[in-house]
Design a protein around this ligand. Structure first.
Ligand SMILES: [Zn+2]
Ligand SMILES: [Zn+2]
Ligand SMILES: [Zn+2]
Length: 133
């Protein structure tokens, strides 16, 4: 048995600090807030995304492994063995979910940073034109 750190009621021992009722209430409140503040919510999401991206890039490499592009906004995380898309499907996550997954799993090896150009080119043409020149 544990205690909810919000309402101090008894709760089963699990990975959550709050009991289920409190988490549900919080989720609804957050949903409500997003409805009432769509603009702030977008800014907030973008800031969160930027922070997580910065953290992931700090672990996986600060520039494109192919062309060296370092512009933050252009960079993506790619699975080194190719088939990045397949692997993401395997992991079942995309976008922010994928970043969350990487972070939660302690940045597993086998990922590299690529810019969107190189990533797209590899996905479509198998080899980035940077490499075949
Ligand atoms: Zn509670
Ligand atoms: Zn590149
Ligand atoms: Zn390239």
């Amino acid at each position: 048995m544990g205690f909810c750190s919000r309402c101090h009621q008894k709760k089963p021992k699990d990975r959550w600090k709050w009991c289920e009722a409190c988490r549900k209430r919080q989720r609804l409140a957050a949903q409500q807030w997003r409805l009432v503040h769509p603009e702030e919510s977008k800014v907030y999401q973008r800031e969160w995304y930027r922070a997580v991206r910065a953290e992931v890039l700090a672990h996986c490499g600060k520039g494109c492994a192919c062309c060296g592009e370092q512009t933050f906004e252009f960079l993506t995380i790619d699975h080194i063995d190719g088939g990045g898309r397949d692997h993401r499907d395997e992991v079942g996550k995309r976008g922010t979910e994928f970043l969350r997954w990487l972070r939660k799993n302690g940045y597993p090896k086998g990922y590299q940073v690529l810019c969107y150009n190189c990533n797209m080119a590899r996905g479509y043409w198998k080899v980035c034109p940077h490499q075949s020149r």
